[in-house]
Structure formats: structure tokens, C-alpha cells
Design a protein around this ligand. Structure first.
Ligand code: GDD
Ligand code: MN
Length: 412
């Protein structure tokens, strides 16, 4: 199907989930670009899709005629939602449809929709009629009153949920409380951070590369966007009449993963982790731990009276060197794999190994020095002193190896 037929699907964007600014010339006043782009993410909504499109079109044709677009983003629903949506395009000229076949997930669906959207206000609403369409007008009014973000909230005046079980209410509130603890800077800004019904000014999120997990797209917008004034409009999350919710335990686990990832990559901690590759450091530490086991096992096999009973220093040198081999192998294959893959020649690998060895032997010297200083001057407990010495030596080994052994030097 070519793209200029009236009911052709939108081309699915690929690559990063980055929202772009509108081209400078395209401002609402002098083009027929829409003001509002409303994304309707769908998965198995065949029984609801024509109702929601009809309701939204009727209302918006009255309120902002020709200044809006509806974008259905369907993830190849087995019930053929995408096919029904496609057939509706003839009747609703403001409707555009994207059928994704290689990507799945609510949050990424919304962002892919925003990536092809032409409006300066980007919104999202569920397709299952649980988000009352008339609330849109109040959200738009909030944006007209200069809000950057307008959120439909179940937890403000006029808000509520109609038929959730106690368990679902408890889980939703529990998730919110957890979020307030992990990411107060984001979740503390709205009363219903779980809401999937909101609209935001494009310029607040333009240029931000979203990295969502699961359902909670609003967390990404507040966490990664530059959002100033936020307005909330109360609404009652109504009972689903057709189809069923796709929320499972998986969404709750993804939510925690999402919170932690946002915590690590935004705010002050985000600025630190951008400079200090925390994921890489954790892998380096785990490899170092494996080296400790190798070292200890070999020291036992070589020097214990019940085994080979070799002299302690000679055993330690052999065990230590083999542990360095072990650590180099895993760091090269796993910790710094992104660099290794760019420098695969044997000579480059040998060079990395020699640097790694020298740095680790220097680290061993630093280890012994710190152990003696701490044990003799600060804490007369050899094991605590050793732990402190290992921690300092690990930081030394990591940082110097990161800067000297595993770095992509652009050879001119
Ligand atoms: N494209 C796409 N891909 N759409 C999806 C997917 C997916 O993987 N999963 C769900 N959807 C669509 C559904 O078709 C529906 O339109 C909307 O996202 C919400 O999905 P539900 O499964 O109905 O979620 P819910 O009713 O339990 O509501 C929860 O999620 C909503 C997210 O919008 C609650 O957290 C609400 O607060 C929230 O609004
Ligand atoms: Mn729903």
C-alpha cells in the first residue's frame, strides 16, 4: 500500500524514542498543521475503536474543527483493531493509523505516535472509554491557560475510580507511594502519576530521548522533559465495558524498573551517572569478585598444608596472576564489550592485557599499602582494613583501566 492513499498506514518510526521540535516555519497560525495531536494506543480494542473515534471526532469537530488529529497506534492486535481503524479513516479525515509489527508496548506506542504527530500539543487517551472524552476539553482549557502539562487525575476534586477491586486500588496507591520514595522529584509533582490521560506542550519534551518501560508514560514526560506549570483535572476512571485490561504483574515489575532507571539517569544522580558509568562499574565489581574466588581457591590449592603446601608468597603471586587473567578475560568480553568490539585485533588485545596487568599489579601494591596504613594506624582489624583496601584498589583499577586500557582511541 503506498503512503498517499487516503487510508494508508503511517510509516512506523524506528531508532531512538526522541520527540522532535516542529520545523521553525510550521507554526499553527500559518499552516494547516493541527494544534492537538491525540494518540490512542490500542491492543485488542476492536469492540471499542469505532466508538472512541466517533466520540472524540464529534467533540473535537465542535471545539477545535480542523485543528486536531487522532493517531491510533496499534500493535498488530490479533482482533484486527488496526483493520477497523484503517476503515474508519475514510469517514474521519482527522484520523491517522499506525500499525506496529516489530515493536510492542504501551509507552513506546505513545511515543512513536508523538514522533509522527504534527501538533504542538501532544496528548494520549485510552481507547477503551475508561477515560471520559469530555475531560479533554478541560485539559485543553488548562493548556490554553498556559499549563505546560494538563493531567486527568483520579485523585483530585471530582476524581475517582468506578469499579476497581480493593487489591487494584491498594496496588495503585502502593505503587504511587513507592514512586514517591524512589523518585519524589517526579511523582511528587502530580497527584496521579499513574495517569495515562494527559496532554503536554511539544516544546517541553522536544529533544528529550524517552526511555520508557511498561505503562507509565507520564513518568517519562515529567522525568525527562522540561515541564513547568502542571494542571490537574479530576475525572472518574470508568468501568471497562468491552475487552479487558492488559495490566498484569509484569507492568508492576516494569514500573519499579522504570522508577530506578529514571532515578539513575535524571536529576543530580543522573548527572553523576552520565559522568561515571555506574553500570560498567557494577560489572567490573562483579568480575573482580570472581577474581577473588579464583585467587582464594588457587591460594588454597597451592599453599595449604593439606594440598601442595608451596611457600605462601610464591602461591600468592601465581594465584594473583591467574586471577588477573580471569578478570581480564571477563572484563574484555563483558564489562567493556562495547569497546572490545571496536578493537578486535590480537595485537590490540595483547596491549590491553599488558596495560591491565600493570595497572592491577600497581593496584595490588596500593592494596597492600592501604591495608597496612588502615590496620596499623586506623582500624586494628585486618579484615575490615582489607575490605577498605580492596574497595580503594577496585576504584583505582576500574578508573585507570577505563581511561587507559579500554578506551576507543581514534587512530588518525
Ligand atoms: N499499542 C499498544 N500496545 N496499546 C496498548 C498496549 C500495548 O502493548 N497495552 C495496552 N494498550 C492500550 C489499550 O488498548 C488501552 O487503550 C490502553 O492502552 C490502556 O490499556 P489497559 O490495559 O486498558 O490499561 P488499564 O485500563 O488497566 O489502565 C491502566 O493503564 C492506563 C494506561 O493508559 C491504568 O494505569 C490507567 O491509569 C492508565 O490510564
Ligand atoms: Mn483500560
Amino acid at each position: 500500500m503506498n503512503n498517499n492513499q487516503p487510508n494508508s498506514f503511517l510509516v512506523v518510526p524506528s531508532g531512538s524514542l526522541k520527540i522532535l521540535s516542529l520545523p521553525p516555519t510550521d507554526t499553527d497560525e500559518n499552516t494547516n498543521h493541527p494544534w492537538l495531536s491525540l494518540i490512542i494506543p490500542t491492543y485488542n480494542e476492536a469492540a471499542n475503536i469505532d466508538k472512541i473515534i466517533n466520540l472524540l471526532s464529534q467533540m473535537l469537530d465542535e471545539y477545535i474543527p480542523d485543528k486536531y488529529e487522532l493517531i491510533v497506534v496499534d500493535d498488530n492486535s490479533p482482533d484486527g483493531t488496526w483493520k477497523i481503524a484503517q476503515s474508519l479513516m475514510v469517514q474521519y479525515p482527522q484520523l491517522r493509523v499506525m500499525r506496529r509489527q516489530n515493536e510492542r508496548g504501551l509507552s513506546s506506542a505513545v511515543i512513536r505516535g508523538w514522533q509522527v504527530a504534527k501538533g504542538s500539543i501532544l496528548g494520549v487517551i485510552d481507547a477503551d472509554l475508561q477515560h471520559p472524552p469530555h475531560i479533554l476539553l478541560q485539559l485543553l482549557h488548562s493548556i490554553e491557560e498556559n499549563a505546560d502539562l494538563a493531567v486527568a487525575s483520579r485523585h483530585v476534586e471530582g476524581g475517582g475510580v468506578s469499579s476497581w477491586s480493593f487489591a487494584r486500588r491498594f496496588l495503585s496507591r502502593g505503587a504511587q507511594l513507592l514512586g514517591l520514595i524512589i523518585l519524589p522529584r517526579v511523582l511528587g509533582r502530580v497527584s496521579d502519576p499513574m495517569s495515562g490521560y494527559f496532554m503536554v506542550r511539544r516544546e517541553c519534551i522536544a529533544g528529550a530521548t524517552m526511555n520508557p518501560v511498561g505503562y507509565k508514560i507520564l513518568l517519562e514526560v515529567i522525568g525527562r522533559g522540561k515541564v513547568g506549570k502542571i494542571s490537574e483535572v479530576g475525572y472518574v476512571f470508568s468501568e471497562r465495558k468491552e475487552g479487558e485490561s492488559k495490566v498484569t504483574w509484569k507492568q508492576y515489575v516494569e514500573y519499579i524498573h522504570h522508577l530506578l532507571r529514571l532515578r539513575l539517569s535524571t536529576g543530580n544522580l543522573g548527572r553523576f551517572t552520565q559522568k561515571f558509568p555506574i553500570g560498567c562499574f557494577i560489572r567490573f565489581g562483579l568480575v573482580g569478585l570472581s577474581g577473588v574466588f579464583v585467587d582464594m581457591a588457587l591460594l588454597y590449592l597451592l599453599s595449604d598444608p593439606s594440598t601442595l603446601a608451596l611457600p605462601l608468597t610464591r602461591s600468592k603471586i601465581i594465584a594473583g596472576e591467574i586471577a588477573i587473567f580471569n578478570n581480564f578475560f571477563w572484563n574484555d568480553a563483558w564489562t567493556f564489550a562495547d569497546v572490545t568490539i571496536q578493537q578486535k585485533q590480537g595485537g590490540q588485545r595483547l596491549k590491553r592485557f599488558l596495560k591491565f596487568n600493570i595497572i592491577c599489579l600497581a593496584g595490588l601494591g596500593l592494596n597492600v599499602l592501604i591495608l597496612n596504613i588502615v590496620f596499623n594506624l586506623i582500624i586494628p582489624n585486618r579484615y575490615i582494613a582489607n575490605l577498605i583496601a580492596i574497595a580503594v584498589a577496585t576504584m583505582w583499577n576500574f578508573w585507570v583501566n577505563l581511561k587507559l586500557s579500554w578506551r576507543v582511541t581514534q587512530v588518525k
